[in-house]
Design a protein around this ligand. Structure first.
Ligand code: SF4
Length: 344
């Protein structure tokens, strides 16, 4: 059995059975434009083809364990259970501008062990298959579609490090952006990495139009190492070098994520250090107020007060670097990455 999202296997099966190619186009349309939930709903194809699909394919592997929407209706968190029993999360964020963003997971757990992250506490359970990533996307797109809304943005900022499950993430991005499938603009897909240098090298060749976010979280190796073990393998010097190559090749601005943790990485002198590091680089910094949650509070981390984040922002302005303070969404539903799965 294989997933209905596995185009290569499905078209090979059709070829072997002498089924004309346009049948795949009909299935594609039903899956990604009309969001059918079962083979029996694909009325455009004959019954014998539907039976063939039932015999060889599965439509969905993930089940929804929990779906929670925040009290203001802006955030919906979906906790999926895989067929092998792991829990993974996806979050829909409905911005006031009307833009809808989905945050997807690419691994169950994560091996990178960032100390502020609930997912990092789980360790790596396994890489998700391509179809498990696509199913999260299709589920969210359908949910929005049923409410008269459209999925516009996808961010790979859920559980896991995308560069460590590269091939499956790559195929999922292709399905999200192919015109005949979900048809999202490449620029509206963002892949976020904690700084895996070889992954960034592949990514800039395969997806020069797709957006890149980098979890920086500190402007020097000393602090970065203390909260992000990846810095031992790929220190800032190597990271900044590949990011400069990325910008030279793609001419795209990089989004630097900076989680603000009280007393850890928010000393005012670090704002200047950050400014100096990014000065002259095509950069946008997203400050993320630390979201205390299950699985991370044992480290005693607390969020940085708002006025300090604003001070960081003003300092960066002096260096000509634009920045945003990310709105906290979904605090009441454990929307930060890994919080629900960690509870499970
Ligand atoms: S922040 Fe990202 S890379 Fe770090 S442990 Fe969490 S999921 Fe993994």
């Amino acid at each position: 059995m294989f997933s209905i999202h596995d185009e290569a296997q499905l078209t090979a099966l059709f070829e072997q059975e002498g089924i004309p190619k346009f049948r795949y186009a009909q299935i594609e349309n039903a899956l990604y434009k009309n969001f059918v939930t079962d083979f029996s709903e694909i009325q455009t194809i004959p019954k014998d083809v539907r039976n063939l699909l039932k015999e060889h394919c599965f439509y969905r592997s993930l089940t929804v364990d929990l779906e929670k929407t925040s009290s203001n209706g802006q955030t919906t968190k979906i906790l999926f259970k895989t067929q092998t029993g792991e829990f993974i999360e996806a979050v829909i964020m409905r911005h006031l501008t009307g833009r809808n963003t989905l945050c997807v997971s690419c691994q169950a757990g994560c091996p990178m062990a960032c100390s502020f992250c609930a997912t990092g506490k789980l360790g790596l359970l396994r890489n998700l298959e391509m179809y498990e990533i696509v199913e999260q996307i299709v589920y969210a797109a359908k949910l929005l579609y049923e409410n008269g809304a459209t999925l516009r943005n996808i961010v790979f900022m859920g559980m896991g490090e995308p560069m460590l499950n590269y091939e499956n993430v790559k195929r999922a991005i292709e399905i999200a952006t192919e015109q005949k499938k979900l048809n999202l603009s490449n620029r509206r897909v963002t892949v976020s990495t904690c700084g895996i240098v070889p992954g960034i090298r592949k990514f800039m060749t395969d997806f020069p139009q797709t957006s890149l976010a980098v979890s920086l979280h500190a402007p020097n190796d000393e602090i970065r190492k203390s909260i992000m073990p990846v810095d031992h393998t790929y220190p800032l010097k190597d990271l900044m070098q590949i990011l400069d190559e990325y910008v030279a090749k793609t001419n795209k601005r990089i989004f630097y994520e900076y989680i603000m943790i009280n007393g850890v990485n928010d000393h005012v002198k670090l704002a200047d250090e950050l400014g100096k590091l990014l000065q002259g680089r095509l950069a946008h910094v997203n400050f993320i107020p630390y979201n205390p949650g299950e699985g991370t509070d044992s480290d005693g981390f607390l969020p940085t007060p708002r006025f300090i984040i604003e001070k960081f922002q003003r300092t960066l302005e002096k260096y000509g670097i634009p920045s945003t303070i990310r709105a906290t969404m979904g605090d009441d539903i454990d929307a930060a990455c890994g919080q629900l799965a960690n509870k499970k």
